[in-house]
Design a protein around this ligand. Sequence first.
Ligand SMILES: [Fe+2]
Length: 345
Amino acid sequence: MQELGRLEDLPADYRAALTRQNLVPLWPNLRAVLPPGKPRPKTRATYWSYATLRPLLLKAGELTPIEKAERRVLVLANPGHGLENMQASAAMYLGMQLLLPGEWAPAHRHTPNAVRMVVEGEGAWTTVNGEQCPMSRGDLILTPTGLWHEHGHDGNAPVVWLDVLDLPLVYYMEASYHVDGERQSVKPGRGDRTYARGGVVPTTVFQRNSSPYPMLRYPWVEARTALETLAADQPDLTAVQVTYVNPETGGDVQNILGYYALMLRPGQTLRLPARSPAAVFHLIEGGVEVGIEGERFVLAEADTCCAPGYTTVSLRNRSADTPAFLFIADEAPLHRKLGVFESRD
Ligand SMILES: [Fe+2]
């Protein structure tokens, strides 16, 4: 590959003249922005242990009242992006959020899309545009762009959930902001009940529901049952995986990030191709070893790790007797919409 001219090869007075006019020579930077063959991601393979972060999160509950935090979150930050930038990957933000019994995280709405994956505890709820969604371990709750949401907790033990947002991307686009609101009144009707049966959707006088987010809560009991049924029905199937979709359109539940649940059969090793989007793996049940290029992470329940794009990932169920269940988030809807999606074997 041809070596290109460096900035220091140019005369100092010429460089100064360029700078005064807000001009920059491309060739010293060309290889950095267009590297050969594959990108050079800042995103590093990174692992967060729940057992290690949990006491720190509970300590935050003692140190900072909810009124002083609004959202009491420890961000799972990727050191490759600089911890202060609070990014898991180019487009993904991850946070572990704590809500204590009786607390209320006030209503707001914002441009970034969010989902919650419930990690621990019972009795909390998220109200989204008036629909009150109960939160149990493994449930996926959507709070899409522009929709009012608030969190409350009527149980008697701490509740923790994993927040996944497209905040880094929306912030990068200079489109990130929030609006505070009043406590919402709860409306009747819940999407998780309306769409609880596959293959049929509500149709009022032949009219389909045109809401972009008809279903806001995806109960873990349903996703887990779907995976177990799929595994039993197709014993030769390599990857027992489901995608969280909009039940009206079959499309991804949100515009930017994609969400999936995966079951590893007892003893199974699954190799995922090198896909262009970065991905996050959160273990719901079991024990899984994750290989991301040269890195090896052993995930216990509620542990999380992230893999940069263009990287093969291997997932190994460490148990020979029981299945393992993973929640996965990735940037695939974004890559597909932008026309840059790739999958390399
Ligand atoms: Fe929010």
